[in-house]
Design a protein around this ligand. Structure first.
Ligand SMILES: *Cc1c(COP(=O)(O)O)cnc(C)c1O
Length: 216
């Protein structure tokens, strides 16, 4: 697993995005030493959690509906996709129910595409004005760049996210050692993301090959 070794030396966490992949393929990366896997559907995540070794750290990277939080709350390692106060409140509620502290990231909208989820900086600032919620640790930021073949565009978006991270750290998390994660970069843009300060990359197709969607 050359990529993982390379990223380890740079202290960048590799999350293998295993959505749509069968458990056998996940096991082969597990055997190669990977312990962090990312999924974007709650139900699929739960099935894989049941089937696979319990020392896997499961990252939730997709849009999360409030009514699905309870299924993943007992075991999820990091939720990358918090984009509303209501969702954060629900995660807090379920964390308290399961006696856990759940780590989360705030997802930001940095791409030009309309369809992508995520907060604006103003929305995040508003969210952070409210009293801190129990059972939650906000550990950093996540974002997806535009699907673009223009590296300058992608770079500008990641730089913007890194700047948001720095401003939030300064304003709200100076004393919070856990607020340190910049989750940015996928198979097509992870090197650009790392140039812009990423310390967590979410890589799917580069590790597993192209995904085949059964229902699409
Ligand atoms: C699918 C997905 C990835 C991985 O995408 P690849 O291009 O296959 O590396 C990363 N992040 C999120 C949020 C995803 O949904």
């Amino acid at each position: 697993m050359e990529l993982k070794k390379h990223l380890d030396t740079l202290q960048v966490l590799l999350v293998a995005v295993s959505k749509t992949q069968p458990v056998e393929r996940i096991m082969s990366l597990y055997e190669a030493g990977i312990r962090d896997f990312g999924e974007n559907k709650a139900q699929e995540l739960c099935l894989k959690y049941e089937a696979l070794p319990k020392d896997i750290k499961w990252h939730f990277i997709g849009h999360l509906q409030k009514n699905k939080v309870k299924y993943i709350a007992p075991f999820v390692h990091l939720i990358h996709s918090v984009d509303s106060l209501e969702l954060l409140q629900e995660i807090s509620k379920q964390a308290l129910k399961t006696n856990r502290t759940i780590d989360v990231l705030l997802q930001f909208h940095i791409a030009v595409e309309e369809s992508k989820f995520g907060l604006t900086e103003e929305e995040a600032t508003q969210l952070l004005q409210t009293p801190p919620l129990e059972g939650i640790r906000i550990c950093g930021v996540m974002g997806m760049a535009s699907f673009s073949d223009n590296p300058a565009q992608i770079k500008a978006e990641f730089m913007q996210l890194n700047a948001v991270f720095n401003r939030l750290k300064q304003a709200y998390f100076q004393e919070s050692s856990w607020f340190k994660i910049r989750s940015m970069g996928m198979s097509g843009d992870w090197e650009i993301a790392m140039d812009c300060g990423s310390n967590l990359v979410r890589i799917g197709s580069l590790l597993f090959g192209e995904r085949t969607y059964l229902n699409k």
